[in-house]
Design a protein around this ligand. Structure first.
Ligand code: ACO
Length: 327
C-alpha cells in the first residue's frame, strides 16, 4: 500500500469589514503613507469591529472552506487554530469554533507560534492525519492583532492587521505525490527579546502589547527562510523550478521579494497580498492562498511553497501539491 498523503483540498478566508488606510494612521502616530508603503508594501489593514472576536473571524473562514469543499462540519475530525490572539486565555479558540460550527466529534486545540503559526499547525495536522488520527482536519490561522498593538508606537502599529484563513486537509491512501510533500520547523528562543508581547497570565497578568526590534527581525528573516526552504526542497527531492507558487507569510514586501530573489522566481510565481491586509500573523498564508485560489492563479496539481518566521523566534516551510489528483 502507498504511504498516506495529507491532501489540501480547499481554502476559505475572512477579513473584517473595517479598512484602516495608512493615511488614517497619520492621525495617531508620526508616520506617512509613503514611509509605510516604501518600507513594508502595506497600503491598508482590516480591523475587527467592536465585539468581533478572533473566533468570529475563524468561523467565517472555516465556513467558506467547508462550502468550497462541499463538506459539512460533521466531516471534520480535527480543528487546529493557529493564533496568538485567542478570545480568552482558556479555553482554546478552537474549542469555541468547534462548538459554533457543530463539529462535535472533532478534537480541537490552538497552536501558538505567532507568524509561523500556520506552518506549525499544518505540520501538526499532517503528522496526526498520517498517523491515522482521523480522516479530515481543518487548520485555521486567525488573528485580531489590533488588540495587542500599542497604537502610540509607530514602529509596530503600522505593520499589523486582523483576519483569518482556513484550509481543509484530507488523508488519502492512494494519492502519492499530492498533498504535503515536505515540512520542516525550527525554533530558537535565544531571540525572544527582538519580538515579543510585554504581558501574559503568569508574567504581568495583563494582555500586553507587541514589542519589536524590526530591523533585527528583518536580518534573521531572509536567511532563515531561505535555508528552511532549501531543507524542504531537499526533503521532497524537488528542484525549485518545480514550485508553481511561493505563498509566503505576508509580513513585509521586502522580505517576500528577498525570498523571491533567493529562489529565482519571476513575479508571476509569487502570491503577494500584504498591501491589502498588512501582517495578519498566522492568518497571512491562508489569506494569500485563498486570494490566489479564488482568482484562479492556484489550481489543483500546483506545487505551493509556504514559509513563515515569527516571534520566538520560530520559523518553518512546507511544500504542498494542492488539491486532489484528477481521475
Ligand atoms: N513611520 C515613519 N518612520 C518610522 C516608522 C513609521 N511607522 N517606524 C519607524 N520609523 C523610523 C525609525 O524611528 C527610524 O528613524 P531614525 O532613523 O530617525 O532612527 C527609521 O524609521 C528607520 O527605522 P528602522 O527600524 O531601521 O527601519 P527599517 O527599514 O528596518 O524598517 C520595518 C522597519 C518595516 C519594521 C522593518 O524592519 C521590518 O519589516 N522588519 C521585519 C518586521 C517583521 O516582519 N515582523 C513580523 C515578524 S512576524 C511576527 O511574529 C509578528
Amino acid at each position: 500500500m502507498a504511504d498516506a498523503a495529507t491532501l489540501m483540498i480547499s481554502v476559505g478566508s475572512y477579513l473584517p469589514e473595517r479598512i484602516m488606510t495608512n493615511q488614517e494612521l497619520t492621525a495617531l502616530v508620526d508616520t506617512s503613507d509613503e514611509w509605510i508603503r516604501q518600507r513594508t508594501g502595506i497600503a491598508q489593514r482590516h480591523i475587527v469591529a467592536k465585539g468581533e472576536k478572533t473566533s468570529d473571524l475563524a468561523r467565517h473562514a472555516a465556513e467558506q472552506a467547508l462550502d468550497s469543499a462541499g463538506l459539512v462540519a460533521g466531516d471534520l475530525d480535527l480543528i487546529i487554530i493557529a493564533t496568538s490572539t485567542p478570545d480568552d486565555t482558556f479555553p482554546s479558540t478552537a474549542t469555541k469554533v468547534q462548538h459554533q460550527l457543530g463539529a462535535h466529534q472533532a478534537v480541537a486545540f490552538d497552536v501558538q507560534a505567532v507568524c509561523a503559526g500556520f506552518v506549525y499547525a499544518l505540520d501538526v495536522a499532517d503528522a496526526m492525519l498520517t498517523a491515522g488520527r482521523g480522516k479530515r482536519a481543518m487548520v485555521i490561522g486567525a488573528e485580531s492583532f489590533s488588540k495587542i498593538l500599542d497604537w502610540s508606537d509607530r514602529s509596530t502599529c503600522v505593520l499589523f492587521g486582523d483576519g483569518a484563513g482556513a484550509v481543509i486537509l484530507e488523508r488519502s491512501d492512494n494519492a502519492t505525490g499530492y498533498g504535503v510533500l515536505a515540512s520542516k520547523l525550527h525554533a530558537d528562543g535565544a531571540h525572544r527579546d527582538i519580538l515579543y508581547v510585554d504581558g501574559g497570565p503568569s508574567s504581568s497578568g495583563k494582555v500586553g502589547h507587541v514589542r519589536m526590534e524590526g530591523n533585527k527581525v528583518f536580518r534573521h528573516a531572509v536567511d532563515k527562510l531561505s535555508s528552511v526552504m532549501d531543507e524542504v526542497l531537499e526533503a521532497a527531492d524537488m528542484p525549485v523550478s518545480d514550485v508553481d507558487w511561493l505563498v509566503p507569510h505576508q509580513a513585509n514586501i521586502r522580505i517576500i521579494e528577498g525570498m523571491q530573489k533567493k529562489m529565482g522566481l519571476s513575479d508571476d510565481r509569487v502570491v503577494k497580498t500584504v498591501h491589502e491586509h498588512a501582517n495578519t500573523s498566522a492568518a497571512s498564508i491562508p489569506l494569500a492562498l485563498s486570494a490566489a485560489v479564488g482568482d484562479g492563479r492556484v489550481r489543483d496539481g500546483h506545487v505551493l511553497a509556504f514559509e513563515a518566521i515569527g516571534g520566538g523566534l520560530v520559523w518553518g516551510a512546507a511544500l504542498v501539491r494542492y488539491g486532489r489528483p484528477s481521475g
